[in-house]
Write a protein that binds this ligand. Structure first.
Ligand SMILES: [Zn+2]
Length: 189
């Protein structure tokens, strides 16, 4: 499994290449499996190819108790209704802050077999899709937050890193549970 790409890596701010099903840059099935394995390992709600160093417009996300892979995704419509909830990113461990996202979206993408799909997503799924879609175009969630918000989140992140150094094992979960309890501590021994 390729390593997770962390903040400051230039690939995170680069607009990704389109996946070419006629002349695949990577085996789409294998790439999907690798992304899913990494998403599960790092307890993410979603993971984009660029986050494992692969410059392609592909991501996976949890959906309805299962997971989907989206190749060359597009967002065709954003609802006017918005949500304002806490968000994290596996490339920014421990950095959480609330941002505004459309509550619902209509999308098109290809699945790992290359079939054109259209999908509507709401609430947490819409939020994850929008977050991962941003990775396709070289955008990260920090761009939606004020300097003040980020400074606050960085302070909490520093605390989180200190605690982690003291051999307390934490699990980051990019989902609603973060809204309630922050970082969930897990018992590892
Ligand atoms: Zn992310």
């Amino acid at each position: 499994m390729r390593d997770l790409v962390l903040e400051n890596d230039p690939i995170l701010s680069k607009s990704g290449q389109m996946f070419d099903f006629n002349n695949p840059q990577e085996d789409p099935i294998k790439l999907t499996e690798e992304l899913l394995d990494a998403m599960v390992k790092y307890e993410g709600m979603g993971l984009s190819a660029c986050q494992i160093g692969v410059d392609l417009r592909v991501f996976v996300m949890r959906f309805n108790g299962d997971a989907i892979a989206c190749f060359n995704p597009r967002i065709d419509h954003y609802s006017e209704e918005t949500t304002y909830t806490r968000e994290g990113c596996l490339s920014y461990p421990g950095l959480f802050f609330p941002i505004t996202r459309a509550q619902g979206i209509n999308t098109t993408y290809s699945n790992k077999e290359g079939d054109e799909m259209s999908g509507s997503f709401i609430d947490i799924s819409a939020k994850v899709f929008q977050h991962e879609y941003d990775h396709m175009i070289g955008k990260v969630y920090l761009e939606y937050a004020s300097g003040y918000m980020i400074r606050n989140a960085r302070k909490k992140q520093a605390l989180w890193k200190r605690k982690r150094k003291n051999n307390i094992h934490y699990q980051i979960i990019e989902d609603e549970s973060i809204n309630r309890g922050g970082i969930k501590q897990i018992n590892t021994r």
